[in-house]
Design a protein around this ligand. Structure first.
Ligand code: NI
Length: 190
């Protein structure tokens, strides 16, 4: 089952998501499958639960489309539950990022090159793991989502001003997008 993806401007994207208790969500694998299905249909490399309207500390990543940049990402398909960022180090480098909740906008974003993350996988196995390069980049972007942050927050005041109208349009559903979305500023029944 595919979810509609929540667009920029929805308050759920600004909420710090809450941790998941294993017994609260016995069907987490079904949710994870649906998130992957939603993500693949929208041609994304990552999707966080708030983007489908669920304020939960969960995100999924399949960085396979980045295998040309980094061959190790060919089979980088992961589920991150209750992730906590332990460390972000290394030089900041720019990459032209996009987001399924902010279609049609891509901007250079600077992020640290190395991270250390604590998380649970879909089998509730705990991991503490280091990531670098593109893998770290994609995780940092998705991790921001469960913290209520978006890549546009990291832009310079000038860049923010330049995309302001486009962001407002996205909230109102004035954007060409190939996948199903839920726009916060569009009244129901219209
Ligand atoms: Ni995103």
């Amino acid at each position: 089952m595919k979810f509609p993806i929540v667009a920029y401007g929805d308050p759920v994207l600004r909420r710090k998501a809450t941790a998941i208790e294993p017994d609260e969500y016995p069907h987490i694998k079904e949710l994870v499958d649906n998130m992957f299905e939603t993500m693949y249909a929208a041609k994304g490399v990552g999707l966080a639960a708030p983007q489908v309207g669920l304020s939960m500390r969960l995100f999924v990543i399949d960085a396979n489309p980045f295998q040309d940049d980094d061959p190790s990402l060919k089979s980088f398909k992961r589920v991150f539950i209750n992730a906590a960022m332990l460390e972000e180090t290394g030089e900041e480098w720019p990459f032209n990022e996009g987001c399924l909740s902010i279609p049609d906008i891509r901007e250079d974003v600077y992020r640290n090159s190395n991270i250390r993350l604590s998380y649970y996988d879909e089998n509730w196995k705990h991991h503490e793991e280091a990531f670098s390069g593109m893998a770290a980049r994609v995780i940092q972007h998705e991790y921001d989502h469960i913290e209520g942050k978006l890549f546009t927050d990291k832009l310079s005041p000038l860049r923010k001003r330049l995309i302001e109208k486009k962001l407002n349009d996205i909230s109102r559903g004035i954007v060409d997008v190939e996948y199903k979305m839920k726009f916060p500023a569009v009244k129901k029944g219209r």
